[in-house]
Write a protein that binds this ligand. Sequence first.
Ligand SMILES: [Zn+2]
Length: 269
Amino acid sequence: MAYENVGLVWTPDSLVEYLASIEPPAWCRAITLHHTGAPSLAQRPRGFLLQHIRNLRDFYQNEKHWSAGPHLFIDDDEIFGMCDLQKKGVHAVSFNSSALGIEVLGDYDTEDPLSGRGLACWQTAAASCSALSSWLGLKVNAESILFHRDDPTTRKSCPGSKVKKDWFLKLIKTSGANPIPTGETGKPDVGMPWEQWTFRGERWCVPAYAFLLAHGMKSKDIVARLKSAGGLFFFASEQLEGAFFAGKDSNLKPNQCTWAPARELLELL
Ligand SMILES: [Zn+2]
């Protein structure tokens, strides 16, 4: 059974909350976008129903005999689960082992992604990519946000010849539903770009080294004081509650890929 998430449905905001409750997988370095082609927007005038998602699961499982499928299906305003976000899916030969797969409802060789329902679907996709990239600790760029057609083994135009990569990257970066809720979750203003934040363990976290450096602390002082022992993190003798390692870049020293809740770090200044 690798279609564990059939039945789960999120909005972009509730997806952010869900992601905060699960660990990001170490194998995932990118997100791959597809369009469904068929069904098109015209064939799904009210978007996906849960039954459509079950039918797609049956198609992948029973007709294609795939061990898994894409991870998420997106329509005008909702995000439908298909496969476990922590496990590898099946959606693009060259990207299966390193990228999540997202299917956007519509046929964007013929339907318009820039207006009406097409735009609504791509805005939902952008908000989802924003939430996912923040969860995965990825910078949003042309390498982390892949289109199926970037795969050299396919000749498909997927996710549709009318969808341009630069346009979609901008849509993610200006996404109205980017995962920065205001109000009670309390993202303190510490002058770091939001791409560098991640919401984890119910708290907003930032890379500790970059944060302290940006606030005037000397590199060698940070390196000397930032420590981890027995799964706990410390700055000198202060425990950093809720800190964790999130280093995917092998050039980083362990103490440079420590992330911690921003409020914990603010108290060190
Ligand atoms: Zn595709």
